[in-house]
Design a protein around this ligand. Structure first.
Ligand code: GLP
Length: 245
């Protein structure tokens, strides 16, 4: 079920997402957060850091699992998602490093790493999963055509995704890794609650497909129509192709 929230500013959307995070932190003994990278969740992470600093909210008992990682670059690469999480959140809160999980993108045996990552989540259902959405409707790195039954797997990135993400690699698509390791759609669907951000005009088609299109692997995010608890946070540009809003 979708709860759709449309606001004028990114700040208002971040505040809505933060409320959901805080509820999990306040009510669970060992909260499990599913985290995402990309520009969408950065403002939320800033609010989490601010709250930790000002109100002393602790992350000592929190467990996190990230959605995905590029294949073929080391963790210490400045554009790895591992580095992203340290720079945008983990370095500024009191979460023990061993409680955080990001897939290893340069593992010698990639398939074994996928299995290991999926297994690491067993017994720790995600209380709240943070998501962004790609302009082609991908969630995590599950590109169009990915099976709804998929678990953590190796992905060939679409050209549109490589071009979208070139902005983080000197605007040079040839520098963007061509593959990623990603939680699958079935993995993501196991989360108890999901909060998804989409802002900007280039997300409008994907948002329309996700919310009012058929449930089809052509738009991976449309699988969320079958989830019981999804909050979708939109600005007016991202919502511009929806009818009745
Ligand atoms: C990448 C990530 C996705 C993310 C998407 C959108 O492809 N793998 O998890 O949702 O980008 O990114 P942004 O939030 O920067 O628009």
């Amino acid at each position: 079920m979708f709860r759709i929230i449309i606001k004028d500013t990114k700040e208002e959307l971040n505040a809505e997402a933060f409320k959901l995070v805080k509820e999990v932190l306040d009510t669970k003994e060992q909260p499990v957060l599913g985290l995402a990278t990309g520009s969408s969740p950065v403002g939320l992470y800033e609010l989490m850091i601010k709250d930790h600093k000002e109100n002393g909210t602790s992350y000592k008992n929190v467990l996190t699992w990230n959605l995905d990682e590029y294949v073929g670059i080391p963790r210490t690469h400045e554009q790895s998602y591992w580095t992203f999480m340290r720079k945008n959140l983990f370095d500024y809160i009191d979460i023990p490093e061993e409680n955080t999980h990001v897939p290893v993108g340069d593992a010698e045996d990639e398939e074994a790493e996928c299995r290991k990552y999926e297994q690491s989540m067993e017994g720790h259902p995600v209380d709240l999963q943070v998501l962004g959405i790609g302009s082609d409707g991908h969630i995590a790195f599950n590109e169009p055509g990915t099976s709804f039954d998929s678990v953590t797997h190796i992905v060939d990135l679409e050209e549109s995704t490589i071009n979208d993400n070139a902005r983080f690699f000197d605007n040079d698509p040839t520098k963007v890794p061509k593959q990623a390791i990603s939680q699958g759609l079935a993995t993501i669907m196991r989360a108890k609650k999901i909060v998804l951000f989409a802002t900007g005009e280039n997300k409008a088609d994907a948002v329309k497909g996700m919310i009012s299109g058929p449930v089809t692997t052509d738009c991976p995010a449309s699988i969320l129509q079958d989830h019981q608890d999804v909050t979708i946070l939109l600005d007016h540009a991202a919502a511009s192709k929806l009818k009745n809003f």
